[in-house]
Ligand binder design. Structure first.
Ligand SMILES: Cc1ncc(COP(=O)(O)O)c(C=O)c1O
Length: 394
């Protein structure tokens, strides 16, 4: 136990979104306007992304999961087709492949950054491979040049899961500006939020039209075009689609969040630097490494690895002990290939993807968000050190 005078008095949650009066006023304005579903605020939100990233199309959706689903659907996958994704990611990256009727192939990750390893991904390409979906993990970019080279050489589609990477750069290029299909997330713990939400970026106009169609039932015109003054209510179903559109109520939040992104990310970087400094004398807890190529980290997550040889607890017990000390933590992620569904379907065995498995058992994420104070970060590290002291192997 941490002595009472040191133990934090109130619980520090793993995350809290930063919502200001501007966001609240804009949502209220939307509610009062009589137009709350997809409309002018969504268009404005899409324009912000197009202008910022210099890409021809931005298609707002109700989550990154929906965006990835549309990206996978547009591949027109057949049952034996394969799509390569990292073994360490949120379920959505792989689930959409399965939901589109194809087979997921997991690739291992870099042991330092936990970004998908391009060499391992390349080794897993077969005649049936159709696409690779790297994740820009925790806010650091995957090795884009390598993946562009591999996918172009092999004639594969390339989809970037950028759920963690709003504000991330790779060799001076901002993630989302590549012109490939790139999907951002605005879930409440992400670098900006719309409550739930996502954005698909791409330069290919025909593909973008298909995304727009499939995000709304496959209907040739959205509600705004049908019901707004001058709109014609008649519509056509071009192909069956989903109900994945973003609401104006959500975009209302996002419009103001985007004005604050630079400040949010700067604050995240400052807190991350403080964590790194404070943890330097705790060898049992090792923050993830930085990319070996030039990059800007969006610091979506501050992930650390627990040295399981140095302590008597496992990672889960360690996280629970931190909770006892009033510190919330997150887990990003346990390995996906060892979950019941994927292991059951594909027969993965322990040791098949060693870097992902080692990380999956030892990592956890520290609280990291703009509303945190330096004192909060100090409390987190103090609690970590206290739990280590109690559990150090002698
Ligand atoms: C790597 C990754 N991809 C996709 C998603 C899905 O994002 P959303 O919650 O917006 O659907 C997440 C969510 O956390 C994620 O971490």
């Amino acid at each position: 136990m941490i002595p009472d005078e040191k133990k934090r008095g109130s619980f520090l949650p793993f995350c809290r979104p930063t919502i200001g009066e501007e966001e609240i006023a804009e949502v209220v304005e939307s509610l009062r306007s009589g137009w709350i579903t997809t409309g002018p605020k969504v268009s404005k939100f899409e324009e912000i992304f197009k202008n910022r990233l210099g890409v021809r199309n931005a298609i707002a959706v109700n989550s990154a999961t929906s965006g990835l689903h549309l990206a996978a659907a547009a591949l027109n996958l057949k049952p034996e087709d394969e799509v390569i994704v990292p073994a360490l990611t949120w379920a959505a990256t792989a689930n959409v492949v399965e939901l589109c009727g194809a087979r997921t192939v997991f690739a291992d990750v870099d042991p330092d950054t936990l970004c998908i390893d391009p060499d391992d991904a390349a080794r897993r390409i077969t005649r049936r491979t159709r696409a690779i979906i790297p994740v820009h993990y925790a806010g650091q970019p995957a090795d884009l040049d390598r993946f562009i080279e591999i996918t172009e050489r092999k004639g594969l589609a390339f989809i970037e899961d950028a759920a963690h990477a709003l504000g991330t750069s790779y060799k001076g290029r901002e993630i989302g500006s590549s012109g490939n299909v790139v999907v951002f997330s605005f879930h409440p713990i992400k670098n900006i939020t719309t409550g739930e939400g996502g954005m698909i970026m791409c330069n290919d106009d025909a593909l973008a039209d298909r995304f727009r169609l499939l995000r709304f039932h496959g209907v040739s015109k959205d509600a705004w075009k049908r019901y707004h003054r001058g709109g014609v209510p008649e519509y056509d179903i071009v192909e069956p689609g989903w109900k994945f559109n973003m609401l104006d109520i959500q975009a209302a939040i996002g419009l103001h969040q985007m004005n604050k992104l630079a400040d949010f990310n700067a604050r995240r970087a400052k807190l991350a630097a403080l964590y790194t400094k404070l943890l330097a004398d705790a060898p049992e807890i090792v923050p993830l490494g930085l990319t070996r190529y030039p990059s800007v980290h969006a610091w979506h997550l501050f992930i650390v690895r627990l040295d399981l040889k140095a302590v008597k607890t496992d990672r889960n017990e360690f996280m629970l002990a931190l909770q006892e000390e009033n510190i919330g933590t997150g887990l990003h992620f346990p390995t996906l290939h060892m979950s019941s569904y994927y292991r059951g379907k594909y027969g993965y065995k322990s040791g098949d993807l060693p870097n992902a498995e080692k990380a999956g058992n030892s990592i956890f994420s520290l609280p990291l968000y703009p509303l945190m104070s330096e004192g909060d970060a100090e409390d987190v590290v103090r609690a970590i050190k206290a739990v280590i002291a109690k559990n150090r192997r002698s």
